[in-house]
Design a protein around this ligand. Structure first.
Ligand SMILES: [Zn+2]
Length: 277
């Protein structure tokens, strides 16, 4: 019979995969609430700990919710239920659900957020786009190639078909008929990696949250040519990580002779709900 898994075992396993010192200085990763000595049999994974996701986690019977985005970024003076985040914290605690976040440490990990995105897009020969210092095994973004060149338009449709991009859909710069094969990706807001994208000699870059000015200036700099920019939404580009992280956690805990059940949120936490065009 397998050993009971405790919250602290899950935290330890996650922090081997997603080392806290890989996170940006401004980030707030790790255990947000919960008792490390409590047993865990079910873990729910989601991009964000919204009220609806917390309800979903409680309904699933989970004792732990693992999210990509931290619930608490900025210093707080109160977690009273009169605040939105306070109410979420209270509901988690009163239902015995620990909350853990792996954010920019999961972005840089290998495998991590952008590996999951690259794999979801069927890229091959995946490498790190922007290595963290001298260690080229981890870092932001990935570069890979499609098995066969395809038109930008066909690739945009492929991206739309494999990622939960919601009503926002997928948008791109460039000539729809241009052929592309070598692709850079960065899950979430990938504007900071644009210089690395230019240096990587890729045909296109899949990410999200590029501002009008940033995307426009980049497209001008390359004279409307490659690399083309493809915005596949923040939620859509991070979502593939949930399944990857859950699978790795199950495997890591199995290595210690322990088992947990995992569930993946089916709720989109993309705040954009309506699109007219
Ligand atoms: Zn994000």
């Amino acid at each position: 019979m397998s050993q009971p898994v405790l919250v602290r075992d899950v935290v330890a396993a996650m922090e081997v995969r997603y080392r806290p010192d890989w996170a940006e200085d401004w980030d707030a990763v790790g255990l947000v609430c919960g008792d490390p000595s409590v047993a865990v049999t079910k873990i729910h994974f989601a991009v964000d700990a919204t009220s609806a996701v917390v309800d979903e986690a409680i309904a699933s019977g989970a004792q732990m919710l693992i999210t990509h985005h931290p619930l608490l970024f900025d210093p707080v003076q109160s977690v009273a239920t009169t605040t939105t985040k306070g109410a979420i914290i209270h509901r988690l605690i009163s239902n015995g659900v620990a909350l853990f976040a792996a954010h920019t440490n999961a972005d840089r990990a290998n495998p991590g957020v952008s590996d999951a995105l690259a794999t979801a897009l069927c890229l091959m020969d995946i490498e790190v786009l922007e290595p963290l210092s001298d260690d080229d095994q981890i870092g932001l973004g990935r570069v890979g190639r499609l098995g066969e060149p395809m038109s930008l338009q066909a690739f945009v449709e492929h991206v739309h078909s494999v990622l939960p991009v919601g009503v926002a859909g997928v948008k791109a710069t460039g000539d729809p008929q241009a052929m592309i094969q070598r692709i850079a990706v960065c899950g979430g807001a990938g504007g900071s990696a644009l210089p690395a994208v230019l240096a990587a000699d890729v045909d296109a870059y899949v990410t999200s949250d590029l501002s009008h000015h940033r995307a426009g200036e980049f497209a001008d700099d390359v004279d409307g040519g490659k690399p083309f920019l493809i915005d596949a939404t923040h939620f859509g580009t991070e979502w593939p990580w949930l399944q990857q992280a859950a699978g790795l956690l199950i495997a890591d805990l199995a290595g210690f002779g322990t088992t947990v059940e995992t569930t993946i949120s089916i709720l989109s936490t993309d705040p954009w709900r309506i699109h007219s065009h």
